[in-house]
Ligand binder design. Structure first.
Ligand code: ASP
Length: 604
């Protein structure tokens, strides 16, 4: 008996998807949805579906004309209950693609539990359906196999994380959703208070301060599968609310946190996704190394395509774009793409446009044509480049050897302001990785990026920002530069990345009031603002706060990476559209005047 509501009625005695050859001869009751109906001459076949799978039911008019005549009426997605016998399928009629394919179900009784309107799209086929329609009828969409499997995968991942951390003595503690602004660099969602007119709660952008307070409280090891709310501008991979594995530990250093996460993710992948593999150990790159080699702090390490700085060589060429980039403290940098020297004019234009779409002024290409041979023997005839006449043969050879290029490769170079140059190159690197199919689809290339600067300069607002959030600890030896040279301070800050995505950020935290106040000051918070927003944390730091640190890996992104999805909405049961709209509930929506009055609000 697998389903007993506690009352006398058993709606099903076994799951459809669990039926196997050993059940032959058993009389069972099944319940589920009509997945598909097929009429073969006289006999009606119904594929019955429940969460566990599909089984074929047979209605033979010779066995029961009444039940057969009812079966003829059935339509897709009706909810039915059937009682009958499990039999072996006739010779030659087995279906090896179906786990239940060796058996079928001979029906004696049929009860329609509920009818269904014709669904807006097929459940029994993974046809392309407009996403808005899928989201509006999400409860139907989630019936489809792919979405069901996603829900199961997500559950398994979260369950694994819970067990892993429980085994290591972590306490799962819930923290409030109605709380006060805690900055993670986004806008807050605000909730007006009815009882305190004119005052608002903020939904947490993360439980950051709360988990630090739990460390002050002596919890030592905390985690939570936490919902975080960030009112950010729409982006394809963002949702107004996302889920994090929020984690914090006392009496640890950076390496302790990284080791825990590496062990968790290595084991999780091995156990739940045995076809996937991870790099072992996870590479650790400093922020600077990552920027130099990949032009980004979230590199896709499934493939090489290293970048090289060419400033010294470029400075000696007659090429104006190179020289002016360098005169303006910019960069000349590039990488070699294997075996693409035969790229056509059109293909090169395409790449140039991609680089421009990321802010680059242009793209310099040098094709080293020829089928093979040593770089030493490269001749001028083999060099195909719009800028060939500005480069000597030796300069091309130096560029090529700096990049480890071979004959047959295509060299891509961008010159310009550092940030855009890196951004455009990293975009091209990913594009080439994709075009050439360089990424092993079964590899999840986790890596840690460490030694981030504590502060970054915000050009628009002309002020220092926290690279991550304001609570991170500088590395020892850098405290003295906090005021005098903030840009120089390296933090005890780390990210976990995988396949070109940032999966987590974390840090060792400041546990001392003075230091925390100094950091707030550099970030431009006024005394009044600090008091208003952070006094609770600063006060707590004065009551025996232990050294502590943590990390918060995003769960949605992790599931995306593990299941090979590139749309975040595919891994969330009830997501919102890119513009933050929920098509199912039609939220957000206007509210009654009464509600506004209760909240002391007026819409202007
Ligand atoms: N609260 C941080 C975040 O949401 C993570 C952390 O520092 O633990 O990114």
């Amino acid at each position: 008996m697998i389903f007993d509501s506690g009352r006398a009625i058993l709606l099903k005695t076994i799951n459809c998807g669990d039926l196997r050859i050993e059940h032959v001869g058993n009389t069972v009751t099944l319940a589920g949805w009509v997945h598909r109906r097929r009429d073969h001459g006289n006999v009606v076949f119904i594929d019955l579906r429940d969460r566990y799978g599909i089984v074929q039911a047979v209605f033979d008019p010779d066995i029961s004309p009444l039940v057969h005549s009812k079966a003829v009426e059935l339509r897709n997605e009706w909810v039915i209950q059937m009682t009958g016998e499990i039999v072996k399928r006739p010779e030659g009629m087995t279906n090896p693609d179906l786990p239940t394919g060796e058996v079928e179900f001979k029906v004696n009784e049929l009860v329609v539990l509920n009818e269904s309107k014709t669904p807006p799209f097929d459940v029994n086929e993974e046809t392309e359906v407009d996403e808005l329609i899928r989201l509006k009828y999400r409860y139907i969409d989630l019936r489809r196999v792919r979405m069901r499997d996603m829900l199961i995968a997500r559950h398994n991942v979260i369950n694994y994380i819970r067990r892993f951390l429980d085994d290591r003595d972590f306490l799962e503690i819930e923290t409030p959703i109605l709380i006060k602004s805690t900055p993670e660099g986004a806008r807050d969602y605000l909730v007006p208070s009815r009882l305190s007119p004119g005052s608002f709660y903020a939904l947490p952008q993360s439980p950051q301060q709360l988990k630090q307070l739990l460390m002050v409280a002596g919890v030592e090891k905390y985690f939570q599968i936490a919902r975080c709310f960030r009112d950010e501008d729409p982006r394809a991979d963002r949702q107004p609310e996302h889920t994090q594995l929020d984690l914090e530990m006392s009496f640890v250093n950076q390496e302790d946190v990284l080791t825990l996460i590496e062990e968790l993710y290595t084991r999780l992948v091995k156990e739940l996704f045995p076809l996937k593999r991870v790099l072992s150990p996870f590479p650790q790159l400093t922020y600077l190394e990552s920027m130099e080699q990949y032009g980004t702090d979230k590199p896709d390490l499934r493939y090489e395509l290293h970048m090289s700085d060419l400033s010294d060589i470029a400075g000696n060429t007659d090429l104006r774009v190179f020289r002016s980039a360098l005169e303006n403290q910019g960069l000349v940098k590039g990488f070699a793409v294997p075996k693409c020297a035969d790229y056509s004019r059109r293909q090169i234009d395409e790449l140039t446009n991609l680089a421009k779409s990321r802010g680059a002024q242009g793209l310099v290409t040098i094709a080293l044509t020829g089928s093979s041979g040593d770089l030493k023997d490269l001749t001028e005839d083999q060099i195909k480049s719009p800028v060939a006449k500005f480069l000597s043969l030796d300069q091309v050879k130096s560029i090529a050897s700096r990049m480890d290029a071979d004959i047959g490769d295509l060299i891509l170079i961008i010159a310009g302001e550092s940030k855009t140059t890196n951004m455009a190159l990293s975009y091209l690197r990913e594009e080439m990785g994709r075009r050439l199919g360089l990424a092993d689809p079964n590899l999840i290339a986790f890596a840690f990026i460490i030694d981030f600067p504590l502060f970054e300069w915000d050009d628009e607002q002309s002020k220092w920002d926290a690279m991550h959030h304001p609570f991170s600890m500088p590395q020892s030896g850098y405290e003295n530069y906090i005021e005098s040279d903030p840009g120089k301070v390296i933090g005890q800050l780390y990210d976990l990345v995988a396949n070109g995505e940032e999966l987590a950020s974390g840090s060792i935290r400041i546990h001392n009031r003075d230091l925390q106040e100094r950091v707030f000051k550099v970030l431009g918070y006024s005394r009044e603002e600090v008091n208003r927003r952070f006094e609770q944390l600063l006060t707590a730091l004065e009551f025996g706060a232990p050294p502590h640190g943590g990390i918060a890996p995003g769960i949605d992104r992790l599931i995306m990476t593990l299941t090979g999805n590139d749309n975040i909405r595919e891994v969330i049961a009830f997501p919102k559209t890119q513009s933050g709209f929920d098509p199912l509930f039609e939220a957000p929506s206007p509210v009654d005047d009464n509600q506004l009055r209760d909240l002391h609000l007026r819409i202007t």
